[in-house]
Design a protein around this ligand. Structure first.
Ligand code: SIN
Length: 348
């Protein structure tokens, strides 16, 4: 009898204990779940800052990336695109990304001089014959390797994006190098670009992209170099009487983020973002080629400037006058990179 009473008592007690424990577990689950659910519901925000118009090839690619990333990761990722330097100038984005005030940007490769010398290979005049060569270089080991050239600074190169070949503009015809002597040109922040103008007796000054139109309009500078699409979308052609189709250099971008931000994303999310970015870049590169061709025609049709082409012998004079810059920078850039870039001019 006593044993039976004790047994039933124990059984009731253990039921109570189970109920009690379950309640405890439930309570803790309830305490933990709302926080986790909140966390899970919060999308990752990617702020993408750039300095051109939303209609320029880079601006369109950034919007394409937003569309594709948000489609691949619905509710998990939100991409906010800030055009026209409304958030940061190109020389501020690396610091902003490292501080966590920004997640992505795509400055011209010429603007990384203060972090690495190797990317200046892209600035050597008359090195790449055309954008096809740039593409081949970037798909080869040397070009791909350069995506890691900012790793020591905590920056990850996610991919390259094209704009196109650069043309020279001024308020006078520039048909041979001597025509540029004594003129002041705006350049991006690259020492190679500085040398490229110095070697033909011109001066070069580094200014942010957003200031170029005013500098040209007020004649604080005499000329500049840029692609057809930037000349058109930023209206430089309206304040320059002549543009010479030199195709002397390349304007290309590197899409960057911080290693710290990227590495803490879940692996599956990273691969979806990579896929979205690669698709957006391919689309953007196609767009850039089309827009540059169209914008050239729009500039010609505007009648607001004179578009001049070079004869083969005039072009050869520019090539020869600027070639010494290659030797001047082979030590800092690396002759192996220059050779790999040159090899990409050979079509397969
Ligand atoms: C850009 O296309 O991002 C601007 C390039 C420049 O600064 O000239």
């Amino acid at each position: 009898m006593f044993i039976a009473t004790v047994k039933s008592c124990c059984s009731r007690l253990s039921k109570l204990a189970i109920v009690g424990m379950s309640a405890l577990v439930l309570t803790s689950v309830c305490l933990v779940l709302p926080a986790q659910a909140d966390e899970a519901a919060k999308p990752v925000v990617i702020r993408f800052s750039h300095i051109v118009s939303g209609k320029a090839p880079k601006g369109q690619m950034a919007l394409k990336f937003k569309e594709l990333a948000e489609k691949r990761l619905p509710g998990q990722v939100v991409v906010k695109v800030y055009p026209r330097a409304m958030m940061y100038e190109d020389d501020q984005v690396v610091d902003a990304i490292l501080k966590g005030d920004l997640e992505m940007a795509a400055p011209a490769v010429s603007k990384f001089t203060k972090y690495t010398s190797s990317l200046q290979v892209y600035d050597l005049p008359f090195l790449f014959d055309d954008m096809g060569a740039v593409d081949r270089f970037q798909h080869g080991p040397a070009g791909r390797g350069l995506l890691d050239s900012l790793a020591g600074h905590g920056i990850r190169g996610l991919g390259y994006l094209h704009n196109g070949m650069k043309q020279l503009s001024a308020n006078q015809p520039l048909l041979q190098p001597a025509d540029a002597a004594g003129l002041k040109f705006r350049i991006m922040s690259s020492d190679v670009l500085d040398a490229q103008f110095n070697v033909i007796g011109a001066r070069a000054e580094k200014y942010p992209f957003g200031e170029v139109f005013n500098l040209l309009e007020t004649k604080k500078i005499d000329g500049q170099e840029n692609t057809w699409s930037n000349n058109y979308t930023t209206h430089f052609f309206r304040v320059q009487s002549h543009i010479t189709e030199t195709n002397h250099g390349v304007l290309d971008y590197m899409v960057i983020t911080s290693t710290a931000f990227w590495d803490k994303l879940p692996t599956a999310m990273r691969s979806e973002l990579e896929a979205a970015l690669n698709e957006a870049i391919e689309w953007g590169n196609q767009k850039a080629a089309e827009e540059n061709a169209q914008d050239r025609e729009r500039i010609v049709a505007s009648g607001e400037t004179n578009v001049m082409t070079l004869t083969p012998s005039q072009r050869m004079q520019w090539v020869q006058a600027m070639r010494p810059v290659w030797k001047q920078f082979s030590g800092v850039i690396g002759q192996d990179l220059i050779d790999a870039a040159l090899a990409s001019n050979n079509k397969p």
